[in-house]
Design a protein around this ligand. Structure first.
Ligand code: GDP
Length: 304
């Protein structure tokens, strides 16, 4: 239900565009396909993924000879679910915290303002609700506000936080956090990192250093690098994904602010283009407004 509400704007906008795209047409022909292409691009699915979807529908038109526009909704839904299945194995994409990886180290990356801190807080809350012990590391030492914000979330969720003063070495904070996690026998570590993109080499060096230093404590850390993207920024989110995947190995995505936008198609395009699964979606500002991404639920709430 929350998901339906979270994606309401995307859905309404998509359906009204789709309605216009097939208006007065009973058969899926080249004109309908051209219109559909525009619908997908303007829903922020991205050009490459849009072309992929159009190609698949063209194949079905060719195979079926006649494809009614009344079937288009169903077919789109099938093709998009199929596309998402290429990056999302299984039903839901939660982190499952294997027993032999304790603490499970999740390094969280993304530019400022995308909802990184909020997502960390919401995640900590979810893990805690599942009976897991969590510790936060404030390795975004570049901004005092980032450390304070994370502290606010640590207090709210009632989980410990490791921090140092602003300007201190992020790798040193990460090191301290992992050491504390070991001594407290914590299950999960969430490391917040600085999201400066203006200097790619710096970003790359900083993230590699954080990783290298963490590995002195937990040799196979980080187990996940979670990139947080603001879904309402559409093409900017694609650009950020491009920059971050160049700077470090990203294993999963969280797409935030889908509640306030008609750009929900970004979820489909980004996971397809970068071949990285979306593990979480943010659908509001409240602590419970983070959903484990489930491709079937997503497609259902988008298309029904
Ligand atoms: P950071 O700079 O990346 O750490 O961003 P913050 O976590 O401080 O979030 C920036 C703003 O986005 C805050 O006002 C959050 O409440 C808001 N925010 C984060 N996630 C969501 C979401 O899923 N939906 C909405 N509507 N707002 C969100």
């Amino acid at each position: 239900q929350t998901l339906d509400k979270g994606l309401e704007k995307s859905k309404t906008s998509f359906f009204s565009k789709l309605g216009k795209a097939v208006a007065g047409k009973s058969k899926v022909d080249d004109e309908v396909l051209d219109n559909l292409e525009e619908v997908l691009v303007t829903s922020d699915v991205g050009v490459n993924t849009t072309l992929k979807i159009i190609e698949r529908i063209e194949k079905r038109v060719a195979a079926d000879k006649y494809l009614g526009t009344d079937e288009l909704n169903l077919i789109l839904r099938e093709e998009i679910a199929g596309l998402l299945s290429e990056t999302h194995t299984g039903e839901a994409a939660d982190f499952d915290l294997p027993a032999d990886k304790k603490p499970y180290v999740i390094m969280v990356v993304g530019v400022n303002g995308v909802g990184k801190t909020t997502t960390i807080g919401k995640l900590a809350h979810q893990f805690k609700n599942k009976g897991r012990s969590v510790i936060l590391g404030a390795a975004d030492t570049f901004r005092a506000a980032a450390i304070d914000q994370l502290q606010v979330w640590a207090d709210r969720v009632e989980v410990p936080i490791v921090k140092q003063k602003m300007g201190s070495d992020p790798a040193s904070v990460a090191f301290d956090t992992l050491s504390a996690a070991i001594s407290k026998e914590a299950d999960v570590v969430l490391i917040d990192t600085a999201g400066r993109l203006h200097n790619k080499v710096n970003l790359m060096n900083e993230l590699s250093k954080v990783k290298r230093v963490m590995q002195k404590v937990v040799p196979d850390a980080p187990h996940e690098v979670l990139l947080v993207l603001d879904g309402s920024t559409g093409q900017n989110a694609f650009e950020q994904a491009k920059q971050f995947t160049k700077a470090t190995e990203v294993s999963s995505l969280a797409v935030t602010k889908l509640d306030g936008t008609a750009k929900g198609g970004v979820v489909i395009g980004i996971s397809d283009q970068f071949q990285i699964p979306v593990k979480y979606i943010g659908v509001g500002e409240r602590i419970e407004d983070l959903q484990v991404f489930n491709k079937y639920e997503f497609v259902d709430s988008f298309f029904s």
